[in-house]
Design a protein around this ligand. Structure first.
Ligand SMILES: *Cc1c(COP(=O)(O)O)cnc(C)c1O
Length: 395
């Protein structure tokens, strides 16, 4: 992991900063970690303090020492002017969008976007008079052709979290900035450790903390970081919606943060080991992993990222659905379920053909997405090898 993008104002390197970020033991009686502050009411000592809101914390929805520890740490690691929290990753997406759109706007959204984000654009935003146009993640600066006088947002995700195309985020963000358009990036896959969003020119960056920040499949959380230009309207929108996460979840995210770099590095090496093994299997037609030259946008991943996390997809050679079911149903180590980034390995089948509109996605066979956990990779390979035997037997 390169430190060039992560050097703090104090010149310290990323791993050191991950240990210290957001912590103020002297304000917590010396305790290493900021505890869980629960509460609605915050008492003001005097009339004057109350009417002038002269206090670091004023009410439960406006944040607590626990939430401030996380937002301060996240802003530092993301290179952001500030961060707001949301109860889920999807709530972070909708909050970011609601902070910039107005009725009559046109927004550009990458076709490889996380599907529930797409449903929000096609449903709620449409109802509010915002028109969404999807674009090919690989069209690069050609997206300029789609920008209109009323375009207010370009929404990106890198890579697409099912199909793994890597768009040219710096070029598209720069184009947007020239035209006064807000660029928003769903940065969940890479986290700021592998893709420093604001250094790459993005205005608002989203992280589903549910994934790697948690790392343990035991919480839901969203974060939106902003540069100085967009922070005031993001903060005002967050205050208006008051979609606050619970303090226990914020505490768990802070705990996850301290080991995020270790876990991501391990996710990278475990993921690469499994992806290489899968690529050599006769049943696999193609691996979709940004670190593989066969992945669309691989050269942009090499240019812009510091690493790869442990989530990737494979396209199988044509096989009947019942054979894929036989393969997946018998797996002992891979769980089947949504989300990813936890310590345990997961696999899901997926098919984006029914909902993509700007690109023609042709998998050519069944598609599987893997989130590789911390199990021994030899055991994971054995589990999948037995799965491939069941696939062949049922084909
Ligand atoms: C999971 C995910 C989200 C949403 O996070 P939740 O906490 O599950 O709402 C948003 N974007 C991406 C890319 C995701 O993978």
């Amino acid at each position: 992991m390169s430190d060039a993008d992560h050097e703090g104002r104090d010149g310290r390197r990323l791993r050191t900063r991950l240990v210290g970020a957001g912590r103020r033991p002297s304000e917590q009686f010396g305790y290493v970690n900021t505890p869980i502050y629960r509460g609605s009411t915050v008492l003001f000592p005097t009339y004057h303090d109350l009417v002038t809101r002269n206090a670091p914390f004023t009410y439960g929805t406006a944040g607590s020492p626990t939430t401030k520890a996380l937002t301060d740490a996240w802003s530092e690691l993301s290179g952001a002017a500030g961060t707001v929290l949301a109860p889920t990753g999807l709530a972070a997406v909708t909050l970011a969008l609601m902070s910039v759109v107005a009725a009559g706007d046109h927004i550009l959204v990458v076709d490889s976007i996380y599907r529930p984000s797409r449903i929000f654009c096609d449903g709620v935003l449409k109802r509010l008079g915002v028109e969404t146009e999807y674009f090919d993640p690989l069209m690069g600066t050609e997206v300029a052709r789609l920008m209109r006088a009323n375009t207010s947002v370009v929404f990106l995700e890198t890579p697409g979290s099912q199909t793994f195309e890597v768009p040219d985020v710096p070029a598209i963000a720069a184009l947007a900035r020239e035209r006064g358009i807000c660029s928003i990036l769903d940065n969940t896959w890479a986290t700021p450790l592998f893709f420093p969003p604001h250094a790459r020119g993005v205005d608002l960056a989203i992280e589903a903390g549910t994934k790697y920040l948690s790392g343990h499949s035991d919480l839901l959380l969203g974060l939106v970081s902003a540069n100085a230009r967009f922070l005031p309207q993001l903060q005002a929108t967050a205050d208006a919606f008051a979609m606050c996460p619970g303090p226990e979840d914020v505490f768990l995210a802070l705990r996850g943060l301290r080991t995020l770099e270790l876990r991501l590095r391990e996710a990278q090496s475990q993921g690469l080991a499994m992806a290489r093994w899968l690529e050599a299997r006769p049943e696999v037609a193609r691996v979709l992993h940004p670190a593989f030259p066969s992945c669309p946008g691989h050269e942009l991943w090499r240019r812009d990222f510091h690493g790869a996390s442990g989530l990737f997809s494979v396209l199988l050679r044509p096989a009947p659905q019942k054979a894929v079911a036989a393969m997946l149903d018998g797996l002992e180590l891979f769980g089947m379920g949504f989300s990813w980034g936890g310590y345990e390995s997961l696999v899901i089948p997926f098919d984006c053909r029914p909902y993509r509109t700007a690109t023609d996605w042709r998998p050519g066979g069944p598609a599987l997405r893997f989130s590789i956990g911390l199990e021994d990779v030899e055991d994971l390979k054995d589990d999948l090898a037995r799965g491939f035997e069941r696939l062949a037997a049922a084909s």
